[in-house]
Design a protein around this ligand. Structure first.
Ligand code: CP
Ligand code: NVA
Length: 305
C-alpha cells in the first residue's frame, strides 16, 4: 500500500513520473477512481485546519480521475476525540479509494496510514506538506527545465513547507540554501538527513543576504503557521529581518524568481512589490497544486504510463 506522508515516500524516478503524469491531459489518465461498473469511487478529504488551494485542487483532481470527493471538517470526524484515528481509517477504507487529511500532528497521518487499507495522503501536517513540495518543484522544473545544479533559497521559518521543499530539491539535485533565525532553523541532524537524500546539497545560515546571493528561486512562507497564532507577536519580532524585499531579491540571480505557497502576508514575510512583481510565480505555483495533485494521485492509484 502506497502512502504519501512525506516527499521521501517518493524516489527520484517516481517524482519524475509524477511530473510527467501531472503535465498530461487529465482524460489520458484513465479514470483510476472509477469502478469497473463505471461508478465514481469516493475520496475522503478531512481538514482539521482551513484551506483554499489544497481543498479545491484535491477535489478537482479527484473528479478529474473519475472519483467523488467528500470534504469533512476535522471536528465532524473527531480524530481521537469522537473516535480513535484507527477506527476512522478502517471505516473510511471501506467507503473510499483514498483518504487524505490535513492535521495538526503528523502522528495522526502516520496512524491513519498504518490502519488504512487504501492510500493515505498528507495534505499538510506540522511536519511536512508534500503536495506543496511537488507543486513547488514542478513549477521550478517548468521554469528552469531541470532543478539539477540550480540554487533554491528559502528565507524564514523552517516549517512544514520548508522541509518538503528541501527534501524534493536535494532529491532532484538542487542546492537548497536556508536563511532562518536561530531557534526556528533546521537542526544539524535534519541538515545531515536531507543532505543524504539525493545529489543536491543543503546549507543554512542566519543571514538572508548571503543565502539569497545568486539564487535562481527565492521562497518564503508565513512566519505564523496555522496552530501558532498564540506566538504571533513574538514571531513577528523574531522574523522582522527575514522579509523578502526588493533589496533582498536584488541579491538573487538577475533572472531569479520569487515563490510562496500562499496564503501570503504582504508587509511581513514578503513585500507587496516583490510578490506582485513580474519575478513572482506564485499564481502558477498555486495552479500547479492541481496538476501535481492529479499527477501524484494517478501515480498512487497505479497509473504508470
Ligand atoms: N498552500 C496551501 O496549502 O494553501 P491552503 O492552505 O489554502 O490549502
Ligand atoms: N506553513 C503554513 C503553510 C500554509 C499552507 C502553515 O502550516 O500554516
Amino acid at each position: 500500500m502506497r502512502h504519501l506522508l512525506n516527499i521521501t515516500d517518493l524516489t527520484f524516478d517516481e517524482i519524475k513520473l509524477v511530473f510527467e503524469l501531472s503535465q498530461r491531459q487529465p482524460s489520458s489518465l484513465g479514470c483510476p477512481l472509477r469502478s469497473s461498473e463505471g461508478t465514481p469511487i469516493g475520496a475522503a478529504l478531512i481538514f482539521e485546519k482551513p484551506s483554499n488551494r489544497t481543498r479545491h485542487s484535491m477535489e478537482i483532481a479527484v473528479v478529474e480521475l473519475g472519483g467523488h470527493p467528500i470534504y469533512t471538517r476535522g471536528e465532524e470526524v473527531g480524530l481521537d476525540t469522537r473516535e480513535p484515528v484507527e477506527d476512522v481509517a478502517r471505516i473510511m477504507s471501506g467507503y473510499h479509494g483514498l483518504i487524505a487529511a490535513r492535521v495538526f500532528k503528523h502522528g495522526i497521518v502516520e496512524r491513519l496510514a498504518r490502519a488504512s487499507s487504501v492510500p493515505v495522503i498528507n495534505m499538510l501536517s506540522d511536519f511536512s506538506h508534500p503536495l506543496q513540495g511537488l507543486a513547488d518543484a514542478l513549477t521550478m522544473v517548468q521554469e528552469f527545465g531541470s532543478l539539477s545544479g540550480k540554487t533554491v533559497a528559502y528565507v524564514g521559518d523552517y516549517n512544514n513547507v520548508a522541509r518538503s521543499l528541501g527534501e524534493i530539491c536535494v532529491i532532484l539535485g538542487a542546492h537548497y540554501r536556508l536563511a532562518c533565525p536561530e531557534g526556528y532553523d533546521a537542526s544539524g541532524d535534519e541538515l545531515q538527513r536531507i543532505s543524504t537524500l539525493g545529489s543536491g546539497s543543503i546549507e543554512q545560515s542566519s543571514r538572508p543576504q548571503e543565502i539569497v546571493a545568486g539564487a535562481h528561486a527565492v521562497h518564503t512562507d508565513t512566519w505564523v503557521s496555522m496552530g501558532q497564532e498564540a506566538e504571533k507577536a513574538e514571531r513577528l519580532q523574531i522574523f522582522g529581518s527575514y522579509a523578502v524585499t526588493t533589496d533582498l531579491m536584488s541579491r538573487a540571480d538577475s533572472q531569479g524568481i520569487f515563490m510562496h505557497c500562499l496564503p501570503a502576508y504582504r508587509g511581513y514575510e514578503v513585500s507587496a512589490d516583490v510578490i506582485d512583481s513580474s519575478a513572482s510565480r506564485v499564481i502558477q505555483q498555486g495552479h500547479n497544486r492541481l496538476h501535481a495533485s492529479r499527477g501524484v494521485l494517478a501515480f498512487m492509484l497505479g497509473v504508470s504510463q
